[in-house]
Ligand binder design. Structure first.
Ligand SMILES: Cc1cc2nc3c(=O)[nH]c(=O)nc-3n(C[C@H](O)[C@H](O)[C@H](O)COP(=O)(O)O)c2cc1C
Length: 167
């Protein structure tokens, strides 16, 4: 049987990956990691400079080829780190590459306290779909277990919401 749930994410330093994997295990979902062919490679302060620059210029880095076709899935969860109060450029690439319509979508972000309009922008750019949930995860590295527990709980609510719509 085809798996109907997909978790799509980008992660530069691993936090969003941890949350995406947790959600995928609860939902028994497939995972699709958006991997830029040439990602930023800076650490420390410079990662904010180079990453922030990509956000300001709305860059869409070219992604490695996907092994899964997102349009095959009914429910798609999309996760991103917050970059400069917005979603990450690799997710911008994903959204411009894949035309998602009529999907049930959950969105989440990982951040360090200032998420800005990240989820609002993500939802705006997915307006041809039904948003069934959103969540944000604060300081995943520092509070890993707490965030994993939050992710499990949230994933269960998504499953319920999907069910409510008669799936
Ligand atoms: C380029 C860049 C910009 C960032 N901008 C923000 C920000 O605006 N607000 C915030 O709370 N955290 C910001 N962060 C921190 C990340 O959102 C946070 O560490 C997140 O958990 C990282 O997820 P990841 O490990 O999956 O890459 C930024 C990080 C980077 C690399």
């Amino acid at each position: 049987m085809v798996n109907k749930n997909l978790v799509v994410y980008y992660s530069y330093e691993g936090s969003t990956r941890v949350i995406a994997e947790t959600i995928a295990s609860v939902l028994d979902a497939d995972l699709l990691e958006c991997r830029p062919i040439k990602d930023i490679s800076s650490k420390g302060f410079m990662k904010y400079v180079w990453g922030g620059r990509q956000v300001i210029f709305k860059k869409r880095p070219q992604l490695e080829t996907f092994e899964k076709n997102p349009t095959d899935y009914e429910m798609i969860i999309i996760g991103t780190p917050v970059w400069k109060f917005d979603y990450a450029p690799a997710i911008r690439s994903f959204l411009s590459q894949v035309n998602l319509t009529n999907k049930k979508i959950g969105v989440f972000c990982c951040h360090e306290g200032v998420k800005g309009k990240t989820l609002d922008h993500l939802k705006e750019d997915l307006s041809n779909n039904t948003i069934i949930g959103e969540s944000d995860f604060l300081n995943v590295k520092k509070n890993k277990e707490e965030n994993i527990a939050q992710a499990k709980k949230w994933a269960m609510t998504l499953n319920d919401k999907k069910g409510e719509r008669g799936e």
